[in-house]
Ligand binder design. Structure first.
Ligand SMILES: Nc1ncnc2c1ncn2[C@@H]1O[C@H](COP(=O)(O)OP(=O)(O)O)[C@@H](O)[C@H]1O
Ligand SMILES: [Mg+2]
Length: 227
């Protein structure tokens, strides 16, 4: 049983008479506890892959299983439920709403999923991430690193099995980037989650267990020594 299983997943976009092959047929599995990096030049297909794994965008073909659920069999409502229960997203610009305090962001996530807000879980997460004192602050009162921690707390709320991070350190300096990546690794190892991170920063790769490299829509797994 794998957390993520892709079998010949591909994505092609029609552009007039042309077809853009954003991702050629791709097969791999990722287990709980693994911290996996996706690297590759701009436009190579990284976000396309990540959004398909996150059930935000449908593949053109192939099979995708999340926690052994074939997501092609789910309707939109079931997909939204699966996203809430199993997947946490962390985005580059710390996807927080400017007009809500940090604890209210987590409360809103529960509301979206029509779940009772669990104040205890929220406190626990913020403490774990070292930002419990910022719970009643608005995002603009936080530093870039603190905002990214808050975004990770948001992603972790609801205890998903899979964390997807699209360039989570892009807006942070070197030291803060290392801290965030060390944190993502700890989440994979201590909380037994699968963590997938898209990154442009090769200095972060030694934290990762595996490296998947995409070039022009073709993905291959590479060894640390090949970077
Ligand atoms: N909605 C779309 N419509 C048409 N082409 C797209 C769409 N999304 C992505 N693409 C194309 O697919 C390729 C991969 O894009 P993307 O996955 O965003 O790359 P990356 O995240 O690696 O920068 C690019 O050529 C991009 O222009
Ligand atoms: Mg991208």
């Amino acid at each position: 049983m794998s957390t993520i299983r892709l079998i010949d997943i591909y994505k092609a976009f029609k552009d007039g008479d042309n077809t853009v092959h954003a991702l050629f047929p791709t097969t791999f599995t990722i287990e709980k506890n693994e911290f996996v990096a996706i690297i590759g030049p701009s436009g190579s297909g990284k976000s396309t892959l990540l959004t398909m794994i996150g059930a935000l965008q449908e593949p053109s073909g192939g099979k995708l299983y999340i926690d052994d659920v074939d997501i092609a069999l789910l309707n939109d409502k079931q997909k939204a439920k699966l996203r809430f229960e199993k997947i946490g997203f962390v985005l580059q610009s710390a996807n927080l709403l400017p007009f809500l305090k940090i604890n209210e962001q987590l409360e809103l996530k529960a509301k979206y999923a029509k779940k009772r807000y669990d104040q205890k879980e929220s406190n626990k997460l913020l403490t774990q991430l070292g930002i419990e004192k910022l719970a009643d602050k608005y995002p603009n009162k936080l530093s870039g690193g603190e905002r990214q921690r808050a975004a990770i707390a948001y992603a972790l709320y609801g205890d998903p099995v899979l964390i997807l991070a699209d360039e989570p350190t892009a807006s942070l300096d070197g030291q803060k980037s290392l801290e965030v990546v060390a944190l993502l690794k700890e989440i994979a190892k201590k909380q037994n989650k699968a963590v997938i991170m898209v990154t442009h920063d090769n200095r972060l790769l030694h934290y990762c267990d595996r490296i998947l490299k995409i070039e022009d829509g073709v993905l291959q797994e590479v060894a640390h020594s090949e970077i």
